[in-house]
Ligand binder design. Structure first.
Ligand code: GDP
Length: 335
């Protein structure tokens, strides 16, 4: 048996979807996203076949991750940047990774009025975060949505995440460029940003640099700059710049985009972009496999109901952790 025996084969249905996507059909794009978000086993097979068929058409977009605390100005900036790009004949997709959206009953992007200008642009596609599941599951569906958008001709993909938990890492892992937004004058500038996030940053943009805020924004930028210099850069070809911008006045938005393009050009020339994407693909594979292997623990009724007892037995010292693992593994094999 060759490994190819298990490669999902496209059906006439997947070929029809693939054709629609390549033609940039938005309705087909929405349907394809619904398919990859579906948890039904038969849909999962079709989704994998679709992704396999589309593979040669993916990878064409500039993939940008954007993070920052609530209120920092993410949606306003995405609205301004996205509108500038669509004006320049770009097609822009805006996605989000927000695993907490189940708790709040909606998504950070559900309310498209937050990006009022962009929402009305025919060349923009705004999709809220998948609404439930683990971070790994939400990230996997967002990644595949990004690939579908690329096939549909979107040449810029902006992936937004709120600055909490591990979601920043998940977004940095699916994008080429990670943009961290920071507020001016939020006291101790370095404390305001989590160290781990600064390490992921390809650029820091101090937002709301307008009116009375300009001087404070410039000061914050110089402090961030000093902090970044202490860190060793992730790429020998890129030192993360610190910029100021205002989504309100538009000041600095063009420069922000120029930095992103400059980064792309340098890392393409050095071969790092391709290498980085290859590593990301392998990492996605393992994350998805992990999700898949753990799924019965979340969905199999018998397994799910026996886990709290096993945990309690382990905690109370009645069951050795290794014996518990054997027990769960045996149940998993039967699930
Ligand atoms: P998000 O939670 O990070 O998406 O932040 P929003 O984009 O919703 O912005 C939060 C608040 O900051 C809103 O009241 C915006 O009007 C305001 N805001 C966003 N960008 C700017 C800016 O460039 N300048 C000023 N002065 N206010 C801004």
């Amino acid at each position: 048996m060759t490994p190819a025996d298990h490669t999902p084969t496209p059906s006439s249905d997947t070929e029809r979807i693939a054709r629609g996507l390549r033609g940039g059909d938005r309705i087909v794009l929405s349907r394809a996203i619904t398919l990859i978000e579906s948890k039904r086993a038969d849909h999962r097979g079709s989704a994998a076949a679709l992704m396999q068929a589309l593979l040669p058409d993916t990878g064409k977009a500039v993939r940008v991750g954007i993070t920052g605390a609530p209120g920092v100005g993410k949606s306003t900036l995405i609205d301004a940047l996205g509108s500038m790009l669509t004006t320049n004949a770009r097609k822009v997709a805006v996605l989000a990774v927000d695993p907490s959206s189940r708790r709040t009953g909606g998504s950070i992007l559900a309310d498209k009025t937050r990006m009022a200008r962009l929402a009305n642009e025919p060349n923009a596609f705004i999709r809220p975060s998948p609404s439930s599941g683990t971070l790994g599951g939400v990230a996997a569906r967002t990644r595949e949505t990004m690939l579908l958008c690329e096939v549909a001709g979107y040449d810029v993909v902006l992936v937004e995440t709120i600055g909490v938990g591990q979601s920043e890492i998940a977004v940095a892992d699916m994008t080429d460029f990670f943009l961290v937004l920071a507020l001016p004058g939020a006291g101790d500038e370095l404390q305001a940003l989590k160290k781990g996030v600064v390490e992921l940053a390809d650029m820091i943009a101090v937002t709301k640099a307008d009116g009375d805020n300009i001087a404070r924004a410039k000061l914050a930028a110089s402090q961030f700059s000093a902090a970044l210099h202490i860190l060793s850069p992730r790429s020998p070809h890129w030192s993360p710049p610190v910029v100021t911008c205002s989504a309100l006045t538009g000041e600095g938005i063009e420069a922000l985009w120029s930095h992103i393009l400059d980064h792309r050009q340098r890392l393409t020339a050095s071969g790092e972009l391709a290498g980085h994407r290859g590593e990301q693909q392998v990492k996605w594979m393992w994350t998805m496999l992990e999700e898949r292997l753990f799924e019965p623990l979340r969905s199999d009724r018998a397994l799910k109901s026996s886990l709290p007892r096993i945990e309690a037995d382990v905690a109370a010292g009645r069951l050795a952790p290794s014996a518990a693992v054997e027990k769960i593994a045996a149940m998993l094999a039967r699930a």
